[in-house]
Write a protein that binds this ligand. Sequence first.
Ligand code: ZN
Length: 244
Amino acid sequence: MVNAMLEVVRVPVLSDNYVWLMHDVASGETVVIDPAVAEPVLAAAAARGWTIGQIWNTHWHGDHVGGNAAIKAATGCSITGPAAEADRIGTLDRTVSEGDVVRIGGHVATVMEVPAHTAGHIAYHLAEDAIVFVGDTLFAMGCGRLFEGTAAQMFNNMARLGGLPDDTSVYCAHEYTLSNGRFALGVEPDNEALAARVAAVEAARARGEATVPTTIGLERATNIFMRARDVEELAQRRAAKDAA
Ligand SMILES: [Zn+2]
């Protein structure tokens, strides 16, 4: 995926995680977002002749930060992550909060605090490049589980992310799309965009293809958590999905 002069590469790891490598052609800088592990990520960068200069973490879970130390040891990169989770991550060089800016070459990412999956979860939004890295907060047709936060927080997150431009590419950290889509169809059986998307996703998965990134526009049309009309409705849908 090439977005202006930013190239974003998917590195599938573990059972269903996606680590994202983002490369700025102009500066030659490379950032890795949420490295669950190190080796496949280092290999993917090396295969392209890229050197990882930074890691950006969205939250403290092991399948998002597990590769931090080994990638830093191999490359000398700097590691940025949420200030609210610095103690739990332990390997951060820079801590960031709402509104802070991080850069890759001349490209700017603004930090959005999106707590709920974890208490300090953040997203990285590159507005000029129409890219957002959302970790485990927003998934294709889904949202993260509420491990450390509330439905009200997640409802607010969905409103904020849903308010980004429709053409914004959404890079989430797991391949959960098919499960999310099948559940969503049970909630909104008359949503034609949703039905069409689930059919397309079933075909893509049968071919072994990834289904992310997604876009904000697609999520607004098919994501039952983003489409929840109020906190209660989101809470009910989240609880039902957890039990499914
Ligand atoms: Zn997580």
